[in-house]
Write a protein that binds this ligand. Structure first.
Ligand SMILES: O=C(O)C1=C[C@@H](OP(=O)(O)O)[C@@H](O)[C@H](O)C1
Ligand SMILES: C=C(OP(=O)(O)O)C(=O)O
Length: 422
């Protein structure tokens, strides 16, 4: 993981076709549904994202850990989920339901990403979960298999939607089902909608009235779930298009009726003159230069697009205001601090005023070379790499961090005509 890569490019005309890997989010859900369905549901087009591959290994019995898991009953087996936050949250609920004992752990950063809201909800249901180190954070000691005490749970909605998805994914397997009351505003709402849509594909019905989602105990049906290419990954190609002089890109497999909320990138980037045309079984991006008018972007429903969008605006000197960024501080890194540090290297400030963030480009400059730290965050690497269209040399530290969600990122960058050297 210690490779730095330097990205550069001579011309600013980008024309290529990029086949993106499967969505990390869709794949993570599909894998949990597959595991809970006991053979009824099968996942196709499994994502290459390292996080999804790791989860697949654990749930499908393809890793050593899982071989041990199959035979565990008396002593806890350690399951290390690395930096995969979504998988950490989903597995917490999953293992609470399975018989046997597990110590669920991850990277040092994972041990700083809060999970108490989910653990409390599972404990209320009857689950046996203890904190192995710090209260409220992984690693978790889970003694699986429990008698359900209640089917009514209230959970905070504004910290992470992943807690809610984790509970919804096991809801139909609970003997009494689940009635989930969401307290406060629901953040990252499209991810909860994605969960419910995918459960529906697998035969699981739900009701969602106001802030209450109910799922009765019911069986999965036989089906196959196809994972769509990753729209969050597509966002970096929208960024390339926005910073190029001319761009014509084709991303096969993406549809306008995606389950992924990040497909909103098509609307967001229309503001920057990037058109998205759905034909030939994918999306065609084209740049039609126009002045950017939109000044305010609310990203509460699509937090994973935040870095992409903030960096595009900084690169273009577009002094936009951003809201809905509250959850960024507990992701792979504190993404607000990471953005502030790295944008400062080109004189751009991201100023926090309560819940509103404003870009100040008044002292922006274009250096000959910029070196971007990535903070173990794949999205830092991928959001800053397109700067090579305006800065002669962009060095990305620890560049293989992209593997978390988009392992072919650098190969695709080369394919698109960027020079990428170690
Ligand atoms: O459920 C999911 O697949 C995800 C939900 C989002 O997290 P939050 O709900 O914590 O914002 C998102 O940032 C993450 O990358 C994937
Ligand atoms: C936040 C992310 O992932 P996770 O929470 O699954 O680590 C992400 O991919 O941007």
């Amino acid at each position: 993981m210690s490779t730095n890569l330097t990205v550069s490019r001579n011309n600013k005309i980008v024309k290529t076709t990029i086949q993106l890997t499967g969505s990390k989010s869709e794949c993570n859900r599909a894998l949990v549904i597959e595991a809970l369905s006991k053979g009824k549901v099968q996942v196709t087009n499994v994502s290459d994202a390292a996080d999804a591959m790791l989860l697949a290994g654990i749930l499908r019995g393809e890793t050593q850990d899982s071989e041990t898991l199959a035979s565990y009953n008396s002593q806890p087996v350690t399951v290390n989920i690395g930096p995969a936050g979504t998988a950490m949250r989903f597995l917490t609920a999953y293992f609470a339901l399975q018989n046997g004992e597990v110590l669920l752990t991850g990277t040092e950063r994972m041990k700083q990403r809060p999970i108490g809201i989910l653990v409390n909800a599972l404990r209320e249901l009857g689950a046996n979960i203890d904190y192995a180190e710090n209260e409220g954070y992984p690693p978790l000691h889970i003694k699986g298999g429990f008698e359900q005490k209640t089917n009514q749970i209230t959970i905070k909605g504004d910290i992470s939607s992943q807690y809610i998805t984790a509970l919804l994914l096991i809801a139909n397997s609970l003997p009494q089902g689940l009635e989930l009351h969401i307290d406060g505003e629901l953040t990252s709402r499209p991810y909860v909608e994605m969960t419910l849509s995918m459960l529906k594909q697998a035969g699981i019905q739900h009701q969602w009235n106001d802030n209450v989602i109910s799922i009765a105990n019911q069986d999965f049906v036989e089906t196959s779930i196809w994972v769509e290419p990753d729209w969050s990954a597509a966002s970096y190609w929208y960024s390339v298009a926005a910073l190029a002089d001319e761009a014509e890109l084709f991303l096969p497999g993406l549809t306008s009726y995606s389950l992924q909320g990040d497909s909103v990138i098509t609307e967001l980037m229309a503001n920057f003159g990037i058109t998205s045309q759905f034909k030939d079984g994918g999306v065609h991006l084209k740049k039609e230069p126009k002045p950017v008018q939109r000044k305010i972007f609310d990203l509460k429903s699509c937090p994973d697009l935040a870095q992409t969008l903030v960096v595009i605006c900084a690169a273009l000197g577009h002094e936009a205001t951003f809201t809905g960024l509250e959850t960024l501080k507990i992701k792979e890194t504190d993404r607000i601090a990471a953005l502030q540090n790295e944008l400062a290297k080109m004189g751009v400030k991201l100023i926090e005023k309560g819940q509103v963030y404003k870009l100040d480009c008044s002292e922006k400059f274009i250096p000959e070379k910029i070196t971007i730290a990535t903070y173990e965050d794949h999205r830092m690497a991928m959001a800053f790499a397109p700067l090579a269209l305006i800065i002669p040399q962009v060095e990305i530290e620890e560049a293989m961090v992209v593997e978390k969600s988009y392992p072919a990122f650098w190969d695709d960058f080369k394919k698109a005509g960027f020079e990428v050297v170690a």
